[in-house]
Design a protein. Structure first.
Length: 352
């Protein structure tokens, strides 16, 4: 069974002889993930600037390993559709914490969309980051259509349950049986079609056959998932294993193979799991700096600094000196993660 994983397009920022340096983390991350069983790395490159960063990282890989890395969303289609879907929320979020929530929500939704499209795991902590905002954002800020999209995406966020993973420093976040993660594309496409019709002033099906095709696919999928349809197929056809239940409840996965098996059942749709790298990113950072020079050092006052390139824009993240044990404590605190998950679920229940 293959194990593809989506990672972010990042560079380590440090200093060498008083000069700032930036080094792709692709080689170091690939090495770590290969040791964890990943055999395909998917790198989103929705802009020319993203591709330049990725190409520099590919050059640092051994030639035989470069084929394991695939650049995806090179035309930016998936990123643009996700950003367009979030535009009503962005228009309503004018101050903190709602504006920060929408910013992190864009990262989360983009990664889930990529994972669902390419049937891959996601090597980030985007779901845990955005879940922290659910109890503190004011849902009344999101008016009209934005309120509906907030409710849909908040339910998707809360469907991911922290789970123990006996696999080194990795912990996983899985869609605990809701099936919402594999329906993200349906949310986007359902919202798109009325906008297409309104914008063109016409019926839209002939003018936009790709959107029409996606809706026909969704209608056919809904028909096949109907209980009466399933019973009919079971009794009148030779199609084996057609079930009436669309999204059976998933147990908490205890090992990497079990998690992946749950998410690759073609009858149920693909629910991309999150595998945050946790404290491993400190090793990735040190390996990236060392690949340039043994004298390369972190930026003063920090343990590490990363630049994440997406859509031609850099997002900067860092850990301050003196916080060396922070990531290890967070990775080990499964009880705390589950407590925050329960809190977010309770908040969602009050909102809805």
């Amino acid at each position: 069974m293959t194990f593809p994983i989506v990672i972010e397009n990042t560079e380590a920022i440090g200093e060498l002889q008083g000069q700032s340096i930036r080094i792709s983390t692709l080689a170091a991350t690939s090495l770590l993930l290969a040791a964890r069983g990943a055999d395909k790395i998917l790198l989103p490159t929705p802009s020319d600037a993203d591709r330049l960063v990725a190409e520099r990282g590919l050059l640092a890989l051994p030639p035989d390993r470069r084929a394991a890395v695939e650049m995806v969303d090179q035309n930016g289609e998936i990123l643009n559709r996700v950003q367009h879907h979030l535009s009503p929320l962005r228009a309503c979020a004018q101050k903190w914490p709602e504006d920060a929530f929408v910013g992190f929500l864009a990262d989360f939704a983009y990664q889930v969309a990529l994972g669902a499209r390419f049937k891959a795991a996601i090597g980030t902590d985007a779901v845990s980051v955005v879940r922290e905002f659910i109890p503190i954002v004011d849902p009344s800020v999101f008016r009209g259509e934005a309120g509906f999209r907030f409710a849909e995406l908040a339910a998707l966020i809360c469907s991911y349950e922290p789970a123990a993973l006996n696999h080194g420093a990795l912990r996983t976040e899985i869609d605990a049986g809701s099936g919402l993660s594999c329906r993200l594309w349906r949310l986007i496409e359902t919202a798109e079609f009325p906008e297409v019709i309104e914008g063109s002033g016409k019926l839209g099906w002939v003018e936009h056959p790709l959107v029409a095709l996606r809706h026909l696919r969704n209608s056919w999928s809904s028909y096949l998932q109907n209980k009466e349809t399933a019973a009919l197929l079971k009794s009148t056809s030779t199609i084996a294993g057609v079930g009436a239940k669309v999204h059976p409840s998933l147990g908490i996965a205890k090992a990497g193979a079990d998690v992946l098996a749950n998410f690759t059942n073609p009858k149920e749709g693909y629910r991309p799991p999150f595998f945050p790298l946790g404290p491993s990113i400190q090793g990735i950072y040190r390996m990236a700096l060392a690949s340039v020079s043994a004298n390369a050092r972190p930026t003063p006052g920090t343990i590490f600094t990363f630049a994440t390139c997406k859509g031609g824009r850099d997002g900067i993240s860092w850990l301050n000196a003196g916080e060396e044990g922070k990531l290890e404590r967070e990775a080990a605190d499964l009880d705390g993660a589950r407590t925050r998950w329960v809190q977010a679920q309770k908040t969602l229940a009050r909102i809805i």
